[in-house]
Structures are given as structure tokens and as C-alpha cells.
Design a protein around this ligand. Structure first.
Ligand SMILES: *[C@@H]1O[C@H](CO)[C@@H](O)[C@H](O)[C@H]1NC(C)=O
Ligand SMILES: *[C@@H]1O[C@H](CO)[C@@H](O)[C@H](O)[C@H]1NC(C)=O
Ligand SMILES: *[C@@H]1O[C@H](CO)[C@@H](O)[C@H](O)[C@H]1NC(C)=O
Ligand SMILES: *[C@@H]1O[C@H](CO)[C@@H](O)[C@H](O)[C@H]1NC(C)=O
Ligand SMILES: *[C@@H]1O[C@H](CO)[C@@H](O)[C@H](O)[C@H]1NC(C)=O
Ligand SMILES: *[C@@H]1O[C@H](CO)[C@@H](O)[C@H](O)[C@H]1NC(C)=O
Length: 356
């Protein structure tokens, strides 16, 4: 009798102790969902603990104090922490290019103009998403500086999505609009008409590409060979999952993984798959899809933050030089390079069987 090689692999994996990775995230990205649901972490000997972060301040505190090994957060946070606050956070790769970012409102608000005088709920008024909102609203004639609207701090996208759908915060304050991302944009569109939020604008219609979710660590992890080795395996698993996700041959399996991870119907998962594989704003890092940070995408983040006064750096600060990857810099590709080399030496296949 012959054991199927996948069954054997999972038997081997389960008979060995898995190494734990504390992973902080705002939401279950499609790449994470595929890695988690289709066994790419366990195949690589990892037990990845998903920590739901509440907001960017809590998330960055947890990455800096060692509670998390790795975090996915919009890269603008890292720009803010490193350049404004001199915190040694390091970006080791790009996961996506502004995943389905939209300005969404409650059903009774049908145009950007109607947001005049209203609050817009955000994670933080000094976060990248708040600057993207300022840019989109400015393109529609509303200015934060002129008090045409104001920001209210509520938290990460899951909290904001729930507040938007309920049209109210837990403390009874009315909600009007926010920025949504994958998977909430599609989930919002799937709500019955009358309950579904309105999409007033797509961020990608105003600015594209924007580098968004990025793999973020504390710089000190790179001086530990143990931590570097674990991060390398995590990135190799995510790389394998991202390749799997972006390969149209795996569409059915990917959709099933998204449905399971997100707890959504097959119909919604099909739309989520389209969103995550979108060639402008999906979980891509063109042209190689190897997690390289898109220089145009990250420069767009810098320019938008700069436009609205979000940097406290000297006026002659050279962002181009600051964004050049290297040791001790904001972007350091050493782990990514090792992960991809490891992936090509020992490809990971996941445990999706046909039919899945
Ligand atoms: C695939 O891996 C996942 C995550 O480790 C596990 O939950 C699932 O049972 C595995 N499926 C198969 C068919 O081995
Ligand atoms: C962020 O989340 C932490 C942990 O839940 C909470 O204590 C803190 O008040 C939150 N901060 C903001 C600005 O919402
Ligand atoms: C960041 O790293 C530099 C160089 O190692 C060090 O001088 C600096 O104190 C660190 N900053 C913080 C806030 O730990
Ligand atoms: C309700 O919560 C929001 C967000 O934290 C806050 O800005 C607002 O002041 C609160 N309103 C009341 C009435 O407590
Ligand atoms: C950055 O992304 C854009 C849009 O997806 C793509 O056309 C471009 O080739 C990328 N730039 C680089 C340097 O890879
Ligand atoms: C900024 O840095 C880049 C890359 O190092 C360099 O090519 C450019 O000349 C610098 N710009 C200025 C104004 O110094």
C-alpha cells in the first residue's frame, strides 16, 4: 500500500513540533487565507498564530516590543514610524497594491458632496488611509483643512465596516462614511439593496498604484539568526501561497480557501477572488510578484502624505534615497531573497487535492 505523498507530508508535519509564528494582521488577506487553509504553513513546519490587531498604534507597539514576529499593515504606517518617529521598523516585502480601497458611505449618502460637515471614521487621522481619503475628497472639492469634514478615530477596517453597516458606533454616535478594503468592499456590495453601503469613489481612480499591505518587522529581528530563519520560512510559505493564488489554474481551490477563511458564500468568494487577483490593486507585486515593493506605489504613498503635511522630516529629506533597499534601511530584502531561494530549492505545494 502506498501513502499519498501529501498525506505523508502532513503526517510528517504533524509528527514534528511546529515552530510558532506570532503574526499580526488587520484582516485575513487572500494570500494568508490560501496559506492557512491549504496547508502552506504546516507543510513548512510552522504554526502561524493569527493575531487580530485593533488599530495601527497597537499593532506597531506589538511588533516593536516583540509580541509579534511579523505584521502586515499598510506601508504608510512604516513610513510614519520610521521617518517621523525614528522607530526601527523594517519592510521586508509588498503584499498588495491598495486592495479594493474605496470611499464607502451609508445608503442615504449618495455623493461625496453630501459628506460636507460630516465625520468620516478612520483607524487614525494620521494614517495612510486617512491621507488617501483626504486626496480623494480633495479631488471632489472637500478639504479637511477647510473643515469641510472631520475624522473620527474608530479602529481597523473590521470595526469600521461593522460601524458603517450599523450606521452607528457602539457609543451611539452616527456614522456616515469610511474607507474600506478587501474583503469588506465586496462583502458590502453583496448586502441586500437598501442595506448596502454606497461606493462613492474608488481610490485607484484617483491614484494608482499605491503600495498598501507590507510585511513589516522590527529591525532587530534581522540580527537574530533564529528569528531570521523563522521569518524566511514564513515568507517562503506566503510566497508559495501568493503564487498559488495568482495562478488561474488554481482558481477553484483558491475560491474555496477564501470562502472557508472568510465564512462567506461561494458567490461572494468568487468576487473576493476577483478582487484579490485584480491586476491593478490586488495582492500583486509586479512585474515578478515576488513581494518587491513597487517604487511608484510607495512614492505615491510618500507624495500623498507629504501633500497633506504628514511628514515631520527636514525639508531637504531625500525620500528617494530613504526608499533605496538595504541593510538598516526602511526596506530590506534579505529575508525575502532567502525565502524565494528556499522556495525554489524546496517548492511548497499546499494540500489542495482535485477536486478540492
Ligand atoms: C490542509 O492544511 C490545513 C492547514 O494545515 C488543514 O487544516 C487541512 O486539514 C489540510 N487538508 C488536508 C486535505 O490535508
Ligand atoms: C488601539 O487598540 C488598543 C488595544 O485594543 C486600545 O487600548 C487603544 O485605545 C486603541 N487606540 C486607539 C487610538 O483607538
Ligand atoms: C534605531 O537603530 C539605530 C541604529 O542601530 C539606533 O541608533 C537607534 O537608537 C534605534 N532607535 C530606536 C528608537 O530604538
Ligand atoms: C463615541 O466614540 C467616538 C470614537 O471613539 C468619539 O469620537 C465620540 O466622541 C464618542 N461620542 C460620545 C458621545 O461619547
Ligand atoms: C509598479 O506597478 C505598476 C502598476 O501595477 C506596474 O505597471 C509597474 O511595472 C510596476 N513598477 C515596477 C518598477 O515594477
Ligand atoms: C536623492 O537620492 C537619490 C538616490 O540616492 C539621488 O540620486 C539624488 O540625487 C538625491 N537627490 C538630491 C536632491 O540630493
Amino acid at each position: 500500500m502506498q501513502l499519498h505523498s501529501l498525506a505523508l507530508a502532513s503526517l510528517l508535519a504533524s509528527s514534528q513540533a511546529l515552530d510558532t509564528v506570532q503574526y499580526g494582521a488587520f484582516l485575513a488577506t487572500a494570500t494568508y487565507s490560501v496559506a492557512n487553509q491549504l496547508g502552506f504553513f504546516t507543510e513548512n513546519g510552522l504554526n502561524v498564530i493569527y493575531n487580530q490587531v485593533a488599530n495601527s498604534s497597537a499593532a506597531f507597539a506589538s511588533i516593536l516590543n516583540g509580541e509579534y514576529d511579523i505584521l502586515t499593515a499598510t506601508v504608510d504606517n512604516a513610513l510614519n514610524y520610521r521617518f517621523n518617529q525614528n522607530q526601527n521598523v523594517t519592510v521586508i516585502g509588498q503584499l498588495d497594491q491598495g486592495p479594493d480601497l474605496v470611499l464607502a458611505s451609508i445608503p442615504s449618502i449618495t455623493s461625496v458632496e453630501q459628506l460636507k460637515g460630516k465625520s468620516i471614521i478612520v483607524d487614525s487621522p494620521v494614517s495612510g488611509y486617512a491621507y488617501l481619503l483626504q486626496d480623494v475628497l480633495a479631488a471632489n472639492g472637500l478639504s479637511l483643512a477647510n473643515n469641510d469634514y472631520y475624522f473620527m478615530t474608530v479602529g481597523g477596517t473590521p470595526q469600521r465596516y461593522s460601524a458603517l453597516v450599523n450606521e452607528v458606533l457602539p457609543n451611539g454616535t452616527a456614522v456616515y462614511a469610511t474607507i474600506l478594503t478587501y474583503p469588506f468592499t465586496v462583502e458590502s456590495e453583496a448586502l441586500p439593496s437598501g442595506e448596502a453601503p454606497n461606493i462613492l469613489a474608488r481610490i485607484s481612480d484617483v491614484v494608482a498604484p499605491v503600495t498598501s499591505s507590507a510585511f513589516t518587522i522590527r529591525e532587530s529581528s534581522l540580527s537574530s539568526t533564529v528569528e531570521t530563519a523563522i521569518l524566511t520560512r514564513f515568507m517562503a510559505s506566503m510566497h508559495a501561497a501568493n503564487k498559488f493564488l495568482l495562478n488561474p489554474k488554481n482558481k477553484a481551490c483558491s475560491i474555496q480557501a477564501l470562502a472557508k477563511q472568510l465564512g462567506v458564500s461561494q458567490a461572494v468568494a468568487i468576487e473576493e477572488y476577483a478582487s484579490a487577483t485584480n491586476p491593478v490593486s490586488g495582492e500583486i507585486s509586479p512585474p515578478l510578484n515576488d513581494f518587491t515593493v513597487n517604487q511608484t506605489g510607495i512614492m505615491n504613498d510618500v507624495n500623498i502624505r507629504n501633500k497633506f503635511g504628514g511628514f515631520k522630516v527636514p525639508s531637504d529629506f531625500n525620500f528617494t534615497a530613504a526608499l533605496v533597499p538595504g541593510t538598516g534601511k526602511l526596506i530590506d530584502y534579505s529575508v525575502k531573497a532567502a525565502a524565494i531561494a528556499e522556495y525554489y530549492k524546496h517548492p511548497l505545494n499546499g494540500n489542495c487535492t482535485t477536486p478540492c
